[in-house]
Ligand binder design. Sequence first.
Ligand code: PSU
Ligand code: MN
Length: 303
Amino acid sequence: MEAYLSIHPEVVEALETNRPIVALESTIIAHGLPYPVNKATAYQLEKIIREAGAVPATIAIINGKIKVGLDADDLELIASEDEPVVKVSRRDLPLLIARKKHGATTVAATMLIASWVGIQVFVTGGIGGVHRDGENTLDISADLMELARTNVAVVCAGAKSILDLGLTLEYLETQGVPVVGFQTAEFPAFYTSKSGFKIDRIENVEILAKALKAKWDLNLNGGVVVANPIPPRFEIDSEYLEKVTIGALQDASQQNIQGKAVTPFLLSRIKDLTQGESLEANQQLVYHNARLGAELAIELASL
Ligand code: PSU
Ligand code: MN
């Protein structure tokens, strides 16, 4: 295992001294946001986590090496469009490592790597899920299977309504994955706090940390979805979003987009169709998640 990993000294020290650590994914940087906004966002996320008293650990693959905690050169490489950076989920890890390529890790791959090094809290924007028409296409993100088996709490703003949120929640229920709303009883839908789907409301980080401890003490393996709604002032109108989403889905089907290209295609189309309006919302919701993730990591470290 060690031969494949390169852990940043700051993260090594935090692990050894049981300081709170928050993992961050890199697909959101490489494939979720455009350059140079993505780089600025990545730095800002790390800054927020540090200021809150935790240590950030952004995860990516550089020249086939799994890196936990990136330096400035790594971040530049992942963010810039000059070199190919492959979207890496669980199944893509072996080939990418063998070929010594660069990769940006999805929620699934980031969770997996975080768990290998002992990081329990991971902050992202939104998780993948069951796509619309997923009952026919079987397009179900590997993020959901990873949540079923890997012991990491994923702080997110729910999942985007490009997905079928009802089927996504059903799948997570079947797999025994707790989905909790942070101070909300409604599953948030990324750009909006509204989806119409009810989830368990959790009132504060103390209860959340205790619930995670209980889950893992009892060997109830798997993750927890901590759904943290976008702050109201940054929300996008949900009717408008639905219109844009339908347009993006039609484009994807006309252009016969398949496999792991589907999610990045839809995200990029929505960004274009909203003329960038979604960008600010996207950044703000991840920052909001970073604050909660740091608080949670601090609480967990104190138990
Ligand atoms: N959802 C978003 N933004 C993203 C992603 C999902 O709102 O950037 C990324 C995450 O990295 C997630 C991945 O793990 O897309 C899911 O891809 P797929 O549907 O191919 O599993
Ligand atoms: Mn898919």
